[in-house]
Ligand binder design. Structure first.
Ligand code: BTN
Length: 270
């Protein structure tokens, strides 16, 4: 099956560059942006050989998983562009709800099939990681920003021994292809990019995001790279920071880090 855009993405003027195999769809999108590509354009494949993850990790995915990056060239400040990742998480979650409808109807009470978003933008099924998002941005001409949102989804297989246990759609009983998921994702992207509205709609995105937040009000440990913060996941603020309430009652904003549910003991592998 070949990749194709959904009807909504096609009408909205999106373009598609599909590859049998490529190093990284994010890297390709940025190379094209430097060469003058102004999007909006999707870069997709079912095989990446040098996939990039958050926090300088590699993103390892078996052939058949979906690696997709959207390039949007925007007239927004970098701090505003950073909030686009939340719209991406919502779009992906919506697409996953669409493609898994049959499987969810077969097991309506299954917690494994409950999708949620772990801050900042991992999609979890149950408490296992199903997809990850990496946002990268670079200034291009006319003071505009080339924003690349890379979305990797475990369609046929999930990696093992990851800091957060991972799962695939296939393991959940959702028998769809990367190409089918991509079509739904490209349409959902148009919807949530419209709500985000160059950052003006972040209040609505934040509200939708909080409704789908995993671990809200629960004990979390956050590895920021330099330290581990422990407390209660209080909210996501209007800049996209996670607010953690510590045992001494402080409310600390966290701009970047990896969240673990439970106490600091679970951060060991991070
Ligand atoms: C994470 O670490 O959770 C984010 C992973 C993002 C992976 C995707 S796959 C498509 C795009 N191309 C890349 O090289 N990375 C992103």
């Amino acid at each position: 099956m070949a990749f194709s855009l959904g009807p909504r993405a096609t009408s909205a003027g999106y373009r598609l560059a599909a590859f049998d195999s490529i190093g990284s769809t994010n890297a390709e999108a940025l190379v094209r942006a430097r060469a003058g590509e102004r999007g909006p354009c999707w870069f997709v494949t079912t095989e990446q050989t040098a996939g990039r993850g958050r926090r300088q990790r590699t993103w390892i995915a078996q052939r058949g998983n979906l690696a997709s990056s959207i390039l949007e060239v925007l007239d927004v400040a970098p701090a505003v562009a950073a909030t686009l990742g939340f719209a991406a998480g919502l779009a992906l979650e919506a697409a996953l709800q669409t493609v898994s409808l049959e499987a969810r109807m077969r097991s309506p009470d299954s917690e494994d099939m409950t999708f949620g978003l772990k801050w900042p933008n991992d999609v979890l099924a149950g408490r296992k990681k199903l997809a990850g998002i990496l946002l990268e941005a670079e200034a291009v001409a006319d003071d505009r920003l080339a924003v690349v949102v890379g979305i990797g989804t475990n369609v046929v297989a999930a990696p093992e021994r990851t800091p957060t246990p991972a799962v695939s759609l296939a393991a959940l009983g959702v028998q769809i292809s990367a190409e089918e998921l991509f079509s739904a994702l490209s349409d959902a992207w148009v919807e949530f990019l419209g709500i985000w509205d160059n950052g003006r709609g972040f209040a609505e995105i934040r509200k939708l995001r909080l409704e789908r937040a995993c671990g809200l009000g629960e004990r979390v440990a956050i590895n920021t790279g330099t330290m581990t913060l422990e407390g209660i996941f209080d909210t996501i603020d209007d800049t996209g920071c996670l607010i953690v309430r510590t045992v001494d009652g402080r409310r600390l904003p966290v701009a970047a880090g990896e969240v673990f549910f439970g106490s600091a003991a679970s951060v060991g592998a991070a």
